[in-house]
Design a protein around this ligand. Structure first.
Ligand code: CIR
Length: 264
């Protein structure tokens, strides 16, 4: 499968990023850029075509493009990020996505971060989190139900987003930190648990049967490989200090639809 990955370069202001659960540590901006470049190479090695969103040097968290939209095959929903400092990130994403998908937008008082939306088949699990409120989940549900998706809320605690706690790593299989989200929220699915020493290891980006996963979490990587899942490790220490993971740095559009750019 070819896919389109929308990404955005790391902003120099990332040193002023939002932090919720982590204490601020110095971020090496050049190393963050190098790690981001390696992440993009990993996407390319998985046959993704890369499209850069315009840089947003004054928006500290703009590299974490996942939070600005929920992209499905048929439609995309522009979010209203839970952190006020991040709301300016959505304009350029709206312009970019309008070429590929019909759009809906989350409006006040709703709040929603894309990092809280996990799709498994026709079900969207949506985290009730520090960033996403009930109104956000309800608005998202109204939009995506038009396209045959069901929305299930999943409360998270101890982490920023649902996808900090759980991601899809194969058909019907989730990588999960059960301390942050209850497996009971995902009836009928199989689980691989993170190694208990790697609570942040549950964030993996699944593309066409293979996953990109932060190199730091070697024990969890071992569990993925033992389950037969091909893993591409990428160094992600600097973005992790900004509370970001591998899913956060791209918006993935399945190319069958992406190539049918709207109006072109
Ligand atoms: C934030 O707090 O919004 C950023 N520092 C990190 C966002 C990470 N995004 C994600 O996990 N989807």
């Amino acid at each position: 499968m070819n896919a389109l990955a929308l990404v955005r370069e790391v902003s120099p202001s990332i040193v002023r990023c939002e932090l919720t659960h982590l204490a601020r540590e110095p971020i090496d901006y050049q190393l963050a850029r190098d790690q981001h470049a390696a992440y993009i190479r990993a996407l390319e090695s998985l046959d993704c075509r890369i499209e850069f969103l315009p840089p947003e040097p004054e928006l500290p968290d703009a590299v974490f493009v996942e939070d600005t939209a929920v992209v499905l095959d048929e439609v995309a929903v522009i979010t209203r990020p839970g952190a006020e400092s991040r709301r300016g990130e959505t304009d350029s994403v709206t312009t970019a996505l309008a070429r590929y998908r019909p759009l809906h937008s989350i409006v006040p008082p709703a709040r929603l971060d894309g990092g809280d939306a996990l799709r498994v088949g026709q079900i969207l699990y949506v985290g009730l989190s520090p960033r996403t409120n009930i109104a956000g989940i309800e608005q998202l549900a109204r939009f995506v139900e038009l396209y045959g998706y069901q929305v299930h809320a999943a409360p998270v605690s101890g982490c920023l987003h649902l996808k900090s706690a759980v991601t899809a790593v194969a058909d019907h299989t989730l990588l999960i930190n059960p301390a942050w989200v209850s497996p009971r929220a995902f009836a009928g699915l199989k689980f691989i648990e993170v190694d208990p020493s790697e609570p942040f290891g549950a964030n993996a980006l699944l593309i066409d049967g293979q996953v990109i996963h932060a190199a730091e979490y070697s024990r969890t990587r071992g569990r993925l490989r033992a389950a037969g899942i091909p893993v591409h490790p990428v160094e992600a220490s600097e973005l992790a200090k900004a509370e970001g993971g591998v899913t956060c740095c791209s918006l993935i559009l399945a190319d069958s639809k992406a190539s049918r750019a709207r109006g072109r």
